[in-house]
Design a protein. Structure first.
Length: 116
């Protein structure tokens, strides 16, 4: 299973999300899910992006994501949403091992986690 952790600005579009995901998703990825902050999981752009590809979308509370050790924490993100990482923490929490560290694409940050 591949988990793409997604951090996004409010009002992000499905096209923006999918462009960011496609930039980091390994070729021929089949079993994919998106994971994010629980409050962002309700964003129409994230929901639409997941629906277009038939991927599940899961959201996690900031307190849960804050407990995940990540290689690239951000004090700015911590101040804004209550956890120093959304994309990497969500990818690691749901995916096991970090295959692609956080990568910023415009208003979307993505990271890829993989599990057996």
């Amino acid at each position: 299973m591949i988990t793409v952790g997604v951090g996004a600005s409010t009002g992000v579009s499905a096209a923006e999300v999918l462009a960011a995901v496609d930039a980091v998703l390994p070729p021929a990825a089949s079993a994919v899910r998106l994971a994010t902050l629980d409050t962002r999981a309700h964003e129409p752009g994230l929901r639409e992006a997941a629906a277009r590809r038939g991927w599940p979308l899961v959201g996690h509370p900031a307190a849960v994501l804050a407990r995940v050790r990540v290689p690239s924490p951000s004090p700015r993100v911590a101040a804004a949403v209550g956890t120093a990482s959304v994309a990497e923490a969500a990818a690691l929490l749901e995916g096991g091992a970090l295959a692609v560290p956080k990568t910023v694409h415009g208003r979307v940050t993505v990271a890829v986690g993989t599990s057996g």
